[in-house]
Design a protein around this ligand. Sequence first.
Ligand code: 13P
Ligand code: ZN
Length: 274
Amino acid sequence: MRKIDLLQAPFLKEMVATTTNLYRLGWDERNGGNISYLLTEEEVLPFLDIQQVIRRIPMIFDATQLIGKYFIVTGSGKYFKNVIDDPAANLGVVRIASDGRTLELLWGLENDAVPTSELPSHLMSHIARLEVDPENRVIMHNHATHLLAMTFTHELDEKSFTRTLWQMCTECLVVFPDGVSIIPWIVPGTNEIGEATAAKMKEARLVMWPYHGVYGAGKDMDEVFGLIETAEKAAQVYTYVQAQGGVKQTITDENLWKLARAFKVEPRLGYLTE
Ligand code: 13P
Ligand code: ZN
């Protein structure tokens, strides 16, 4: 059957629009940031001959739980600003091979490009999130400026960091009731940082990498983008609040509880006083 040009695929258009938007916001300088988007076979079939493997790419970790799954991913060392002009050079569609340790390239990553160096963190996070939410499909990493800055100035205690963000915008508790988790500083691109991130992803959809950036997870691109955008906005407000001389008054825990009840969300256990 004749295939439709993959550049017409809705998931490709989403990746292009999102990377462009992230670059515009300044959260993905140079090659900073990466995205992986879990696709169903039905989604890729109109565009790809799934028997045609262009290249096999070894991985440094075991993704057995994702065997046969399809992802569109950003390439390693690729600049988000360039994705719109040349998606096939900067993005790739891959499938996890039956050994769990090889990627089968089905489209893109032209000129011997490889998927993001953060693939261990992405795929391990997909595994962790899928256990909690079978609808989870997107993992996004970027260098959101104010969140990153906060890892230098705010104590790196998950509860305290989360509470500060919840207090900066009334919407925050509603958007990320599970809060923000934080891992220690670890060398990026390693299995170690992947394992630490994935462990945190079991309890929260936002994970901070101190002095580096943020990870977000969710069921679609808009949800994950909106999640990081909301936390980043709160971090920006925090920056202004600090610059204006610090907090004089804030949203009380009593009010945060009222908010949680009104929007039917469950704040992370123990993060608000009863
Ligand atoms: P990649 O270019 O390999 O995706 O790495 C970018 C990055 O942000 C590393 O943390
Ligand atoms: Zn990074």
